[in-house]
Design a protein around this ligand. Structure first.
Ligand code: FPP
Ligand code: ZN
Length: 315
């Protein structure tokens, strides 16, 4: 029988992540710390237990990852990157602490990463990926700086549009294969930018709905295994396009619930695997989009509680 969502276990699981400092997993994941804090914090907020983590301690940790140019590294002393800068801004926004940072300075850093074709590199090394377009757009939107003179919004849109494929999906760069994670980045960015008319809703909706497998789980591309995190990457897009009813809700809810560790807490990529905080967030966020009871509503564009986006005055 499918278990219910083990809310208390998941909250304890997230609380205890920080106590595992002598474990190998903790150090192996050190480069992911700031992302990990965003995943854990957002999980407990969506589980309606915002009190579970110490806000002051988290804010101090986030600020200790900031560089003099305003950007954030993944951990104290690590190089700055757009991925971590977005996580930092998301965490501070969730904790109502955006007054701790200089929004103009961060927006200037984000601008410095935009290329002449409108794309974004993640850092000074010029790797281009639609993930970074998403990070830039989400981050500037939260900072209320999504405009000139910060970035060239029209060119940012043009680049994302140039990554659209014949199947309606999007890849990491023009011509790259459609992948649900990249589709989330492109659809999410276009939604934040108010440019959803560029999306081929029916064609893309069909491709996304095809991601559901017999066991209820969703995969990221044809012929791949189902994975709980795709409950987020795929469902968020269907939700933005108002097509969430194109997949079988009950079988996906069952798939996510069966991937829980009902003893030790947390959610894994699929039933039987070891849980981690990444899949915990995307499992819980997916359940929230599916209307599972007693969860905080999640904004499919930002992967943050709707209440936070509303507090920021974002439409
Ligand atoms: C799949 O990754 C997921 C993606 C490519 C999207 C990642 C999106 C971001 C980093 C933007 C920030 C996201 C949020 C929610 C704020 P994978 O490497 O697991 O793909 P695979 O399943 O093909 O291995
Ligand atoms: Zn996954």
């Amino acid at each position: 029988m499918t278990p219910k969502l083990a809310v208390a276990k998941h909250v304890t699981y997230v609380q205890e992540l920080d106590n595992k400092k002598d474990s190998f997993e903790y150090w192996a994941g050190e480069h992911l710390r700031l992302n990990g804090v965003y995943w854990g914090l957002t999980s407990v907020h969506l589980l309606k237990h915002p009190e579970a983590l110490d806000s002051a301690q988290i804010i101090e940790y986030v600020m200790s990852c900031q560089h003099t140019n305003g950007a954030f590294g993944g951990h104290i002393g690590h190089d700055p990157h757009l991925l971590y800068t977005l996580s930092a801004v998301q965490i501070l926004a969730t904790l109502d602490a955006l007054d701790r940072i200089d929004a103009d300075q961060i927006a200037t850093y984000v601008k410095s990463l935009q290329q002449p074709d409108g794309s974004f590199s993640g850092d000074e090394y010029n790797e281009i990926d639609t993930r970074f377009s998403y990070c830039a757009v989400n981050c500037l939107s939260l900072l209320n700086r999504l405009r000139q003179p910060y970035i060239d919004v029209d060119r940012a849109v043009e680049f994302i549009h140039s990554c659209k494929n014949f199947d309606g999906g999007y890849g990491s760069v023009p011509g790259a294969e459609s992948h649900s994670g990249q589709i989330f980045c492109c659809v999410g960015a276009l939604a934040i930018l108010g440019r959803l008319e560029l999306i081929e809703t029916d064609r893309l909706g069909w491709w996304l709905a095809e991601r559901q497998l017999k066991n209820g789980g969703l995969n990221g591309r044809p012929e791949k295994l189902e994975d709980v995190c795709y409950s987020w990457w795929v469902l968020s897009c269907l939700s933005i396009m108002d097509r969430i009813h194109w997949i079988n809700r009950d079988s996906l809810v069952d798939f996510i619930l069966n991937a829980q560790d009902t003893e030790g807490g947390g959610i894994a990529d699929r039933p039987g695997d070891v849980s981690d905080v990444f899949h915990t967030l995307f499992g819980v966020a997916g359940l929230s989009l599916l209307g599972y009871p007693d969860l905080e509503p999640v904004d499919p564009r930002y992967c943050m509680p709707c209440s936070v986006i509303k507090r920021l005055g974002i439409q």
